[in-house]
Design a protein around this ligand. Structure first.
Ligand code: HEM
Length: 475
């Protein structure tokens, strides 16, 4: 009787376990089915994975557009083991900038560690205060604190160009603009910007900038040259930081942006953040200045219109010392339209956020852990927003209220949301001031066609794919 009872109990126990197992199996199958249905199309698989990675790595910008045409508005690329989910339609961009289920800091933290050796702990402690300080210090009401000094720095650098010459336009901009802006933000000659020591710093910074994207993703031992330049720059900033601490002015208005950065960091990762600030302030603004000047000089009607406008604000002898204040720049709206149009055409390849909770986009569920990617470069080629999108048409910006610092709808070059680019107003100031001064002082002739943009990089604005020589002489 007892044994029969035990046997019955064991059978029902087994039955119970079996039914639980079946239920679990059924649930798993269902999950797989719904998962399959709802995740965005994924470009992966064994052979295609390698092929996708290689194609993606060789010309990532083109790859995004081809994948969109083939797979639709939302798709995932598995590249170098990471899931990157792209959204390409404007109606989905609000989720990217505003959803609480996506995160900026989680998206960039690893890249910040790889490029500037800022630990996760230090990053979370300091990132938001640094961002807020930069946003406040570089806000429009404070730009006049930079402009007089920036003007003097630019004038001095332009003296080195002499009365005439031939040069690659990109190099010419680099050598004139980079030391001037670094002096302006960090303090005069504090970052080796005097003529003798500048070349070494320039060499390391250019190497750091060129492979920044790879450095942000790969271990350093795979990028020996890049790593050498990174550590050279970090150790340079190590000594700059300790010197700067001794020279700190007490008055708030006399401090450079760099000194405000040191105050905010209070000893945490100071050299590391200084390197990131140097990179963020140069990596996009310099190529955009190149494109602005190249587009203007190569287009006779635009060039003439810009020069007419400049003539109405500055005296017409380029080699005389003229003054140009921040308020004068407001009298140059056409030049500003040219800059904004150049930024539209050469906007950053992608920006990203990390998905923290499964995210519904269209009929798909994007799994947590994915990187959500938005290509500003392609968003700026939406013909509904920007008719004839590939053409350089400064006139399209007449519709924007430039005086009130409003951009055109659909223009996203500076990102958006909580961590939008804090340097955007300073960027527009420096590019406009530099372009006004150099165009007023020199007459330019292009010796090469305007090059195409390099398809290699996704992070930041595009660099020219080939040299572009110009001849310049005093007006
Ligand atoms: C035309 C020039 C520039 C362009 C197109 C540009 C664009 C951008 C973009 C797209 C982002 C990412 C925003 C996001 O993900 O939503 C960014 C971030 C940033 N930009 Fe700019 N930028 C420019 C110039 C500058 C300048 C001149 C500075 C400094 C003086 C600067 C400082 C920064 C910093 C510090 C960040 C990181 C913000 C953070 O981590 O919180 N940028 N920029």
């Amino acid at each position: 009787m007892q044994t029969a009872g035990v046997a019955m109990a064991s059978v029902s126990c087994v039955m119970f376990l079996l039914s639980m197992l079946l239920a679990l199996l059924h649930w798993l199958l269902k999950q797989r089915e719904t998962g399959k249905q709802s995740a965005p199309p994924c470009i992966s698989g064994w052979i295609p994975w390698i092929r996708a990675s290689i194609r993606f790595g060789k010309a990532p910008l083109e790859f995004i557009e081809q994948a969109r045409a083939q797979y639709g508005a939302v798709f995932t690329v598995v590249a170098a083991g990471k899931r990157l989910t792209f959204i390409t339609e404007e109606e989905d961009f609000e989720i990217f900038f505003k959803s609480k289920d996506v995160d900026f800091q989680e998206a960039v933290q690893e890249a910040v560690w790889r490029t500037a050796s800022i630990s996760r702990k230090n990053f979370y402690k300091t990132h938001t205060p640094v961002h807020d300080m930069l946003k406040a210090r570089l806000a429009p009401p404070r730009l006049h604190l930079f402009s007089a000094n920036l003007y003097n720095e630019f004038c001095e650098r332009l003296l080195y160009l002499g009365a005439k010459g031939v040069d690659n336009l990109y190099d010419l901009i680099w050598h004139s603009m980079y030391p001037a802006v670094v002096n302006n933000l960090f303090g005069r000659d504090i970052c080796l910007t005097n003529r003798c020591t500048f070349r070494e710093m320039e060499k390391h910074f250019q190497k750091f900038d060129r492979d920044f994207e790879f450095g942000s993703q790969l271990p350093e031992f795979l990028l020996r040259d890049w790593s050498k330049s990174k550590h050279w720059l970090l150790s340079l900033f190590g000594s700059i930081v300790s010197n700067a601490a001794k020279l700190k002015p007490a008055d708030d208005h006399s401090k450079t942006l760099f000194q405000h950065l040191l105050d905010t960091l209070n000893g945490n990762s100071t050299a590391n953040y200084s390197l990131l600030l140097l990179w963020a302030s140069q990596a996009n603004a310099l190529p955009i200045t190149f494109w602005t000047l190249a587009f203007i000089i190569s287009n006779p009607f635009v060039y003439q219109t810009v020069m007419k406008e400049l003539g109405s604000v500055m005296d017409d002898k380029g080699n005389k010392k003229i003054r140009l204040k921040e308020s004068d720049l407001q009298k140059l709206p056409y030049l500003k339209c040219c800059i904004l149009e150049a930024i539209r055409l050469r906007a950053p390849g992608v920006i990203c956020r990390k998905v923290m909770q499964p995210l519904k986009i269209k009929n798909y569920i994007v799994p947590s852990g994915d990187m959500l990617m938005l290509s500003i470069y392609w968003a700026h080629r939406n013909p509904k927003r920007f008719p004839d999108p590939e053409k350089f048409i400064p006139e399209r910006w007449k519709k924007a209220d430039i005086e009130k610092r409003a951009f055109l709808d659909g223009f996203l070059a500076f990102g958006g949301g909580r961590y939008q680019c804090p340097g955007r107003w300073f960027a527009l100031l420096e590019i406009q001031m530099f372009a006004a001064l150099i165009l007023h002082k020199y007459e330019f002739t292009l010796l090469d066609p305007v090059p195409k943009e390099s398809p290699l990089h996704l992070v930041g604005t595009q660099q020219p794919a080939a040299p572009c020589r110009v001849e310049y002489k005093f007006r």
